[in-house]
Ligand binder design. Structure first.
Ligand code: CA
Length: 289
């Protein structure tokens, strides 16, 4: 498997890929440049940091926006007009912003936060059902990749500095989590676990920040199954898409890289595609209560 460059976007912090199967469109974001892409085009330039987005059934995008000073909101965004409608606010005492998020198989939007300084454990993971925001847990440093098993009974979660994937029992009826345990430990030499998605066999695909690769893991055994090199040092997230759902789209970032590393990885910040031999789990839509 090989990573093919789709767009030399030079993203500061490319992230949050979502595949819209209806329109066969890949949405993704640059968190720090505050913009949303559809495929290779910028479709919205925002005035706030965007941590993640999800497909909204009325054709808009559900976004998690932050002002960078601790005020974060779930916002219904019309990308054509950039018209915003705040659905719920999340006030955190610390200086945090939204980071990775995704819809669960019942249509709730789960999104985490992280300290702007990337080092204080002041982040949390929230679940939003369209009416209420529920804090699932706090004490997170960099809330990152999240995904579910194909049977929806297990929730997988990454707090990047822990270099672990945690598994929880997931109650789809209530959205509650229980029984946390470590599913995967990622060796220091591989990079930092960042964005994550799952395939229909229940294997996990994890972008490794600083590792110039996406990786495939068995969460039952904790074993590394495959490594796919990406010519961008800070691979940040991945999602399956394409008409056969076998294409893995990979985002990356240039943020904080040295001149030496930028020379070695000039395509850092690019958007990539990997053709795999598996099919991925779909990007799920928000279903407001
Ligand atoms: Ca991330």
């Amino acid at each position: 498997m090989k990573a093919e460059l789709l767009l030399d976007a030079k993203a500061t912090l490319g992230e949050g890929p979502v595949w819209d199967a209806k329109s066969q469109t890949l949405y993704w974001i640059d968190i720090l440049k505050k913009r949303i892409y559809a495929g290779t085009e910028v479709i919205a330039q925002l005035d706030k940091f965007i941590g993640c987005l999800a497909l909204h059934p009325n054709g808009t995008l559900l976004t998690a926006l932050s002002d960078g000073e601790g005020l974060s909101s779930f916002v219904d965004l019309q990308p054509d007009s950039s018209q915003q409608s705040v659905l719920a606010a999340v006030n955190e005492s610390a200086n945090t912003r939204f980071n990775d998020g995704k819809c669960d198989p019942a249509g709730r939007f789960l999104a985490g936060t992280m300290a702007m300084n990337e080092s204080d454990p002041t982040g949390a993971l929230y679940s939003f059902n369209g009416k209420q925001v529920t804090k699932l847990f706090g004490g997170v440093t960099i809330s990152n990749g999240l995904t579910w098993s194909p049977d929806h009974k297990t929730f997988y979660y990454i707090d990047t500095p822990t270099r672990k994937v945690q598994a929880f029992d997931y109650d789809l009826a209530t959205g509650q989590i229980a029984n946390p345990r470590t599913a995967i430990r990622i060796a220091d030499t591989l990079g930092w676990p960042d964005g994550m998605t799952s395939d229909t066999d229940g294997k996990l695909w994890i972008a490794l920040w600083g590792g110039a690769q996406v990786t495939k893991w068995n969460p039952q055994t904790g074993k590394l199954l495959e490594q796919i090199p990406v010519p961008a040092l800070q691979t940040s997230s991945c999602i399956f898409g394409g008409k056969d759902m076998n294409e893995l789209y990979v985002t990356s970032a240039r943020k904080g890289m040295s001149e030496v590393d930028l020379k070695k990885y000039p395509l850092s910040g690019g958007l990539f595609k990997v053709e795999t031999k598996v099919t991925g789990m779909p990007s799920l839509e928000f279903i407001p209560r």
